[in-house]
Ligand binder design. Structure first.
Ligand SMILES: *Cc1c(COP(=O)(O)O)cnc(C)c1O
Length: 356
């Protein structure tokens, strides 16, 4: 036996979620976004579940190499583009499509000698105000790119700031359409939220990330309501039980003090595994098939759960921190963070198994 925590990656759920994304995408092609080691699920682990994606989007160069090394020759989009000429030449050798968001990248692109031309996703800043050319620069930039023998094709790209929120995307779509009205360009704009809610944003390519992993991009719609299934389940077990009397406290700083006798289970999972330290007393957790609550503070290697209502639970009882039966969104919102952050932060000491 070893410490009982583990993450289970469900490839059937992943295939199901990709099918949901493709159904929403209609005629648009789907880049499966697999940045951040596939949102913490492990790039090499998820690739077999994403064989029906039309392409992949990453921003880490080593991830692009791993995709090519896996024998995949579909389009791979580099979401922040290249950071130097050497990297750009490697993009060309590996047939990677590249975002171009800055004048310095254009300068490099027209100056280098590439072994083969690359497809450029021209990033247009329509309101996110992080990366991209302003709409009135687009015509000039397109002219420059069109004259370069290093450029195979140009796709107009933007990113939405509030597709999951109340502002929506209209204001950015208007800006995008104005910026590209004089050009004949394919469009690539939608993240998961826009893919699910705004068909008018779909264009030629969509870029869903979070939904593929069975998590919701919205705060007002659950993954289940979107017909998505969790891909990662983080599981552990109760490894000890304490019978507390009124006045006993648990854990560091005696942050929790029992007001009445209670049974507390100690679970092998802590912030060094990726469970959020800021999850407060009372965060929902699944013990066996029962939703109960955490007790006191999260420590590095352990959390405590209230077993008062579960007399049959004891050492060895399985605990689901999030995933199947316990939406990661509930833990995230209790801890004041996002499903995205929890999924990408499971630490490397947690063993991972793939189920297929
Ligand atoms: C991460 C990312 C996405 C995917 O966003 P989700 O909200 O996870 O669907 C799409 N486009 C860009 C540019 C990104 O960086």
């Amino acid at each position: 036996m070893s410490r009982p925590i583990r993450a289970i990656i469900d490839l059937k759920a992943l295939r199901h979620n990709l099918a949901v994304a493709k159904r929403h995408a209609g005629n648009a092609k789907v880049f499966a976004v697999v940045k951040a080691d596939a949102y913490g699920h492990g790039l090499d682990r998820v690739l077999p579940g994403l064989t029906s994606a039309d392409g992949f989007a990453v921003l880490e160069f080593d991830s692009a190499i791993r995709i090519r090394d896996a024998g995949i020759d579909k389009p791979v989009l580099m979401l922040e583009g290249f950071f130097g000429e050497r990297e750009l030449r490697r993009f060309s050798e590996l047939s990677l499509s590249t975002v171009v968001h800055a004048a310095s990248q254009i300068d490099m692109l027209v100056r280098v000698k590439l072994s083969a031309p690359v497809t450029v996703f021209l990033k247009i800043n329509t309101g996110m105000n992080r990366l991209g050319f302003s709409p009135d620069e687009v015509a000039d930039v397109c002219n420059t790119l069109a004259q370069s023998s290093n450029v195979l094709d140009i796709v107009a790209m933007t990113h939405f700031a509030d597709a999951d929120g109340t502002r929506g995307i209209d204001w950015q779509m208007q800006s995008l359409n104005r910026a590209t009205s004089s050009q004949d360009l394919q469009l690539c704009a939608a993240n998961s939220a826009a893919l699910l809610r705004f068909p008018e944003s779909h264009g030629a390519w969509v870029r869903p990330g979070i939904m593929l992993y069975g998590a919701t991009p919205f705060s007002d719609t659950t993954a289940q309501q979107l017909q998505l299934r969790p891909v990662m389940t983080l599981q552990s077990q109760v490894i000890a039980v304490q019978e507390l009397a009124a006045g006993d406290c648990v854990g560091y700083a005696c942050a929790f003090e029992a007001v009445k006798p209670m049974r507390v289970g100690i679970v092998a999972a802590g912030y060094a595994d990726g469970y959020p330290r800021h999850a407060p007393h009372g965060t929902r957790i699944l013990v066996g098939a029962n939703r109960v609550q955490t007790v006191g503070r999260v420590s590095m290697d352990m959390i405590c759960v209230d077993l008062s209502t579960l007399p049959d639970a004891g050492v060895g009882t399985p605990v689901t921190l999030w995933g199947d039966g316990m939406p990661v969104e509930e833990v995230a919102s209790a801890a004041g963070t996002l499903n995205y952050e929890l999924l990408t932060r499971v630490t490397k000491r947690v063993p991972v198994t793939v189920s297929d």
